[in-house]
Design a protein around this ligand. Structure first.
Ligand code: MEV
Length: 424
């Protein structure tokens, strides 16, 4: 059943009503998404197998972003984040993009790079070429490590040999270029790098040190493009404000870091919800932002002839559907089910679309009313709860906190004390 990602009034429902709505909208059986509401008794045992020294778990809110249309298909997007306004902003911008056909995406094949560092070389230039001369033999040896991946059409496809001039010596660095299909690929490429390392060392006449993937996964880029309707954004001045904000980020690394952080608010939330490696994706994104030697904006904005805003973005997206927490964590499994994706590339493309929507949402708020207005209600709620308000006190405390303008814990505690003593 095709999914309809438009969920009018969704935000007004209770969590359990929203769950029901998502079950209905997805056409999935309730049991397939059941982990969202109760990950199950076995979760502690699963956690204990995932990392070391486990004593408990940290529940993070999981929300569903609405309104996403990507390449003509609707998706309900699970986002795991502790930050208020993120899910709302993504859903909001997806509804604006939808007016002009939603998000259009593309991506490279799922190709990762594994590095092998060779040290102690007498003739690094010649060593580099000797390695190229044995390319086929090295690739065959790498592929022997993972016949299953090769059967799926993946495997080591090529190698590149670089000279890296370090402070104290010159290294030869071999890049194994591996198509990892629907995996994130770290295990596959690390195994291959370790397996070919002795042969590389012998050919080069040096000693191998590191054998590890590169998180600068710039052969695995995902791209997104969207047209945001001028009027739905708030008019010409808001569009121009967003363009000014973009120009600021493009020119100034201090602003670019914050601009890109806003993009990562969306990206990391989907990466986490699907059990993928948030740090790997973040490292890839920030290395890409500095790819031309100066840290800058990951996204780009332009205006079309009608004055609509065009947003585009391209960045490495090393995410998988098989292996790791994506396979072992029941909530991640439910998230992947809800997305209904059939390949790692499709998942990567959804993630960059959410990143762009998140960025446009932040810039729109900054260019129009400022970010605090949107944040304030949820922030005030969090502060009220932190001040110790009971369920029946939260709404009244939030209203009073917001009236005074300063939403701070000390004020919340004071107002709460006054409320309880009948002084207000
Ligand atoms: C806050 O988490 C993200 C923003 O700072 C992003 C931005 O400034 O573009 C609002």
């Amino acid at each position: 059943m095709p999914v309809n990602s438009r969920l009018p009034g969704f935000y007004k429902l209770s969590p359990s009503e929203r769950f029901r709505k998502i079950v209905d909208a997805s056409g999935l059986a309730e049991s397939q998404l059941g982990a969202f509401t109760s990950p199950g008794d076995g979760m502690m045992a699963i956690a204990d197998r995932m990392i070391e020294n486990v004593v408990g778990m940290l529940p993070i809110p999981l929300g569903i972003a609405a309104n996403f249309t990507i390449n003509g298909r609707d998706y309900l997007v699970p986002m795991a984040t502790e930050e208020p306004s993120v899910v709302a902003a993504a859903s909001n911008m997806a509804s604006v993009a939808r007016l002009h056909g939603g998000f259009h995406t593309s991506s490279d094949q799922p190709v990762m790079i594994s590095q092998i560092q060779v040290v102690g070389l007498r003739d690094p230039q010649a060593a580099r070429l000797r390695i190229y001369e044995r390319r086929r033999e090295l690739l065959d040896l790498a592929n022997e490590q993972d016949p299953f991946l090769v059967k799926l059409g993946g495997g080591a496809k090529d190698l590149q040999v670089r000279i890296v001039e370090a402070a104290t010596s010159t290294y030869v660095v071999v890049h194994l270029i591996v198509d990892v299909r629907d995996a994130m690929g770290a295990n596959a490429v690390n195994t291959m790098a370790e397996a070919v390392a002795p042969l590389v060392a012998g050919i080069a006449g040096g000693r191998v040190r590191l054998r590890i993937l590169s998180n600068k996964a710039d052969l695995r880029l995902a791209r997104v493009r969207a047209v945001y309707d001028r009027e739905a954004l708030g008019g010409e001045d808001v569009v121009d404000g967003i363009l000014d904000a973009y120009a600021f980020a493009a020119a100034d690394p201090y602003r670019a870091a914050t601009h890109n952080k806003g993009i990562m608010n969306g990206i990391t939330a989907v990466v986490l919800a699907t059990g993928n490696d948030t740090r790997a994706v973040e490292a890839g994104a920030h290395s890409h932002a500095a790819a031309r030697g100066r840290y800058t904006s990951l996204s780009h904005y332009e205006k079309d002839a009608a004055g609509n805003l065009i947003g585009t973005m391209e960045l490495p997206m090393a995410v998988g559907l098989v292996g790791g927490a994506t396979k072992t964590h029941p909530v991640a499994q439910a998230a992947v089910k809800l997305l209904g994706v059939s390949s790692a590339q499709e998942l990567a493309e959804i993630i960059v679309a959410v990143g762009l929507a998140q960025n446009t949402g932040a810039l729109r708020a900054l260019a129009a009313e400022g970010i605090q207005k949107g944040h304030m209600s949820l922030h005030a709620r969090n502060v009220a709860i932190a001040a110790g308000a009971r369920d029946d006190e939260v709404d009244a405390l939030v209203t009073r906190l917001k009236q005074g303008g300063h939403v701070r814990l000390d004020r919340a505690q004071q107002i709460l004390a006054d409320m309880r003593s009948g002084r207000s």
